[in-house]
Design a protein around this ligand. Structure first.
Ligand SMILES: NC(=O)c1ccc[n+]([C@@H]2O[C@H](COP(=O)([O-])OP(=O)(O)OC[C@H]3O[C@@H](n4cnc5c(N)ncnc54)[C@H](O)[C@@H]3O)[C@@H](O)[C@H]2O)c1
Length: 281
């Protein structure tokens, strides 16, 4: 095992990009860790990274579905490892990073993507402490722990790319409130900027990916009627929910040397929702 010979990420300014880019070479020799890898964005990204030449570690609380993602990655011809992790538990995250280095010898890409949105999360008056704490433990501390243990590992690899999944709600208010979730994603966004600035000269890039509303389990289990779906879709210029695979494409861009001069950015992949005032009929 191991990818000891893999090059740390290099930008075009250093002549790091080849003349001809093929998908299977974009992440060749790189090792990627993806939290929330069992479903939705995480699963789609695991497969995308595998197709792009990376070895992929998937980490999730859902042991069975996580193992299924690792098997799908292996079917694509990539090396894979499944680690059962609750990102809100610091010891789990430490073990995730250690297991990756033991198996593959390095880490080049860390996708802090696991997140939750609770049904009982509503407005400031009615949301209880339990829901607030649980949301922050997973969505905020989970990202922070990933960086706490991931950054030293990226340093040992000579640098790399961290991607933190935020959300369009970090930039837009909604009259259908989920106050804890919204605040947690704002924290992810501001944390990403500071991380990016602190670690910029260590060849570590840190960017946020802000998805728009997606047709994944997280949102669809909540938008369980046509009326609720339409209440959102009227605000999306493209008139449809996004797909997990479309977030995987964006994550690939941020993970690869294609984004070599990008750090501290908020990549909004949202069907135009954050640009909209009046949408088409
Ligand atoms: N779906 C959307 O509309 C949308 C929009 C903006 C942002 N996001 C964000 O994208 C990310 C991925 O969401 P998704 O739509 O793919 O959701 P999803 O529910 O399909 O997948 C999330 C995965 O995270 C895992 N997970 C949950 N808690 C965990 C924990 N404590 N430790 C480890 N794994 C855990 C789940 O088991 C699941 O496999 C989340 O951070 C979410 O907040 C989603």
């Amino acid at each position: 095992m191991g990818n000891e010979g893999a090059a740390p990420s290099r930008g075009a300014a250093e002549g790091g990009l080849p003349d001809v880019l093929t998908l299977k070479d974009l992440l060749k020799g790189r090792v990627a860790v993806i939290t929330g890898g069992a479903a939705g964005i995480g699963r789609a990204t695991a497969e995308m990274f595998a197709r792009s030449g990376a070895s992929v570690v998937v980490a999730d609380v859902d042991e069975e579905a996580n193992a299924a993602t690792a098997a799908a990655v292996a079917d694509l011809g990539a090396e894979s490892l499944a680690v059962t992790v609750d990102v809100s538990r610091e010891v789990d995250v430490e073990r995730m990073i250690a297991a990756t280095e033991t198996e593959f010898g390095r880490i080049d890409i860390l996708f802090n993507n696991a997140g939750i949105m609770l049904a009982e999360d509503a407005d400031a008056v009615s949301t209880d402490n339990e829901a607030i704490d649980k949301t922050f433990d997973v969505n905020v501390k989970g990202v922070l722990y990933g960086c706490k243990y991931g950054i030293p590992a990226l340093r040992r690899s000579g640098g790399g790319s961290i991607i933190n999944t935020a959300s369009f709600v970090a930039s837009l208010g909604a009259a259908t409130p989920q106050i804890a979730y919204t605040a947690s994603k704002g924290a992810v966004l501001s944390m990403t900027r500071e991380l990016a600035v602190i670690h910029a000269r260590e060849n570590i890039r840190v960017n946020a990916l802000s998805p728009g509303p997606l047709r994944t389990e997280l949102l669809m289990s909540y938008l369980d009627t046509e009326e609720k779906k339409q209440r959102r879709l009227v605000h999306v210029p493209m008139g449809r929910f996004g797909e997990a695979a479309e977030m995987a494409q964006a994550a690939l861009f941020l993970a690869s040397d294609m984004s070599s001069y990008m750090t501290g950015a908020n990549l909004q992949v949202d069907g135009g929702i954050t640009a909209a005032y009046v949408t088409p009929e």
